[in-house]
Design a protein around this ligand. Structure first.
Ligand code: VG1
Ligand code: CO
Length: 542
């Protein structure tokens, strides 16, 4: 029944910012998925006698991949495998399930916000027993295992019925198919004031949640419609589709443009939100207002105590380094420790486990807390609804009050996607070598105060992570960050992050691109990036 199949290493199976991401067809090629899964098992010291959680965001090849992974877990003599019904689990629900069941880890199938489909992207992430993305020490061990692999093992059995809830015994492994939504929805009920939110909605507050044809549809329907009483049409694009309807399941003004248009239009609802392919990102909108993820994080830090799960306050907060400094201002005012980590949720794990941070966030629309060990899209939506219900004001008012109290960090990210990898790497390498000489130099009127190649010393386990982005501070209080994406599957993507601060009370209501015009010009002058990348401008501006 258990077959050992000889194989040889496949190049390039190195996990990036969030798991291994490749074109779907690459994952579908013979041995590709099997090699990587066997390397996970080998890299973590085997799965014999262990419990694993398995599920994915429903994209093309999800169902087939789940079958392979379960059969390989059975071959590796796992004690138990817990699978979301039909192979579905959002990333936050998987993280919660790992923690709830005390599992040893989990395999999540997703390329998150990357498009799906046969010509799109696919991905595999491994999460550890704390429910969080494997730290670098683990992904390094998995990658090392991919380079020496000689065989994989798989149980030769009929496909498992993933549609029926319940438990079956297959060889030494108990296979349990669970409702992917119920436990997660219950956790949300424990954290937020559902009565207050229900009353808000019953009072005529109108909301729209765009699931972008991805995994959050069933979660949003259960929580917002069934448990909170919102009308059924509050959830848009609620049925998960293997190709996400041909769209980018990335909740930002560019890719969620229909929702954006509705929220900026006449007679807009009070509140709009969206999530990404695997449900860990969020976008927050009010009538006529887009809340940047960095601002959302700061607003949540300032108001989380209004939600029952956070009534006793926050232990500390953390943001990824490119995320704006709006969070730092709240932390300073409230006497909270504020950490800056490299990009990627895995770097928050130790801070959350050690109780040093309660709330974490990234500029890329990821926000979350110590309730799980992943960022959590619907959690952020419910936190906002809880804040609005408690304060009894609009999103626009929340933002105006926040900027009045803390000042405003104008922020934008410009992405140059799928550019020539060599040119992008050379741009970063050249700028890195120029960093020591930059202080004092002036670019488009802005003088450099400090320039560094960001490295992170984890305060909990002492590990060091180098070269996590180039960070340039200008004397006028502006900041520029450049780094290469670690989630793309073609060429390279250069991310340029820019921010400047307005203390107020004047100048708090400007357009972000206009407010950042000097920093944008200084970036061009400093890097000459348009010429070097042969691009007229960025592909995506958020
Ligand atoms: C991007 C974001 C990062 C996020 C990561 C995974 O990484 O910038 O903040 O953690 O995606 O998010 P990169 O390396 O492309 O900049 V998700 O929702 O794809 O799990
Ligand atoms: Co995601």
């Amino acid at each position: 029944m258990i077959k050992t199949i000889s194989t040889h290493p496949i190049e390039g199976q190195k996990p990036g910012t969030s798991g291994l991401r490749k074109k779907t067809r690459v994952f579908m090629a013979p041995r590709y998925l099997e090699n990587f899964i066997q390397s996970i098992w080998n890299g973590i010291g085997g799965v014999q006698g262990k419990m694993l959680v398995i599920g994915g965001d429903g994209r093309f090849f999800n169902a087939e991949a789940v079958q392979v992974i379960v059969k390989m877990a059975i071959a590796a003599r796992a004690a138990k495998v817990v699978i979301g019904q039909n192979g579905l689990l959002s990333t936050p629900a998987a993280s919660h399930l790992i923690r709830l069941r005390g599992a040893d880890g989990g395999v999540i199938l997703s390329a998150s916000h990357n498009p799906g489909g046969e010509d799109g992207d696919f991905g595999v992430k491994f999460n550890t027993a704390n429910g969080g993305p494997a730290p670098e020490s683990v992904t390094d061990a998995i990658f090392a295992a991919t380079t020496t692999l000689t065989a994989y093992q798989i149980a030769e059995i009929a496909d498992i019925d993933l549609s029926t809830l319940g438990t079956v015994q297959l060889l030494e492994t108990q296979v349990e198919v669970v409702d992917p939504v119920a436990d997660y929805a219950t956790l949300m009920e424990q954290l937020f004031d559902f009565d207050a939110i229900r009353a808000l909605i019953a009072g005529g507050f109108r909301l729209r949640f765009d699931a972008m044809h991805a995994v959050t549809g069933p979660y949003a329907h259960e929580i917002l419609v069934t448990r909170l009483g919102a009308p059924a049409d509050s959830v848009l694009n609620a049925t998960p589709l293997p190709d996400f309807g041909g769209g980018h399941p990335d909740p930002n003004p560019v890719w969620a443009h229909a929702l954006m248009a509705e929220m900026m239009g006449k007679d807009a609802p009070d509140f709009g939100a969206a999530s990404d392919g695997d449900g860990d990102r969020n976008m927050i909108l009010g009538r006529g207002v887009y809340v940047t993820p960095s601002d959302s994080l700061a607003v949540i830090a300032a108001n989380a105590h209004l939600a029952p799960g956070y009534a006793t306050g926050l232990a500390g907060v953390a943001r990824s380094m490119p995320t704006s400094c709006a969070l730092d201002r709240v932390a300073q005012a409230r006497g909270l420790e504020c950490y800056a980590t490299p990009t990627g949720w895995k770097f928050f794990g130790n801070l959350l486990d050690a109780g040093r941070a309660t709330l974490c966030g990234e500029e890329s629309a990821g926000t979350g807390s110590d309730h799980i060990r992943e960022k959590d899209g619907l959690w952020a939506v419910l936190m906002w609804l809880n804040i609005l219900a408690s304060k009894g004001v609009s999103v626009a008012q929340v933002m105006a009050e926040h900027w009045r109290d803390f000042g405003r960090d104008y922020y934008s990210r410009h992405d140059y996607e799928e550019v020539d990898a060599g040119a992008a790497q050379a741009l970063i390498a050249d700028l890195r070598s120029r960093l020591p000489g930059l202080p004092g130099q002036v670019f488009a009127g802005l003088r450099v105060a400090r320039a560094e190649d960001f490295g992170y010393d984890d305060p909990v386990d002492g590990s060091h992570t180098a070269q996590q982005g180039l960070q340039i501070f200008f004397e006028q209080g502006a900041r520029l960050v450049l780094r290469l994406s670690g989630t793309g599957t073609a060429g390279a993507t250069l991310r340029v992050y820019m921010e400047c601060y307005a203390a107020g009370p004047e100048g708090l209501a400007r357009d972000a691109q206009e407010a950042l015009a000097d920093v944008i010009a200084a970036t061009d002058a400093l890097t000459d990036l348009k010429t070097r990348l042969e691009r007229a401008g960025p592909d995506v501006v958020t």
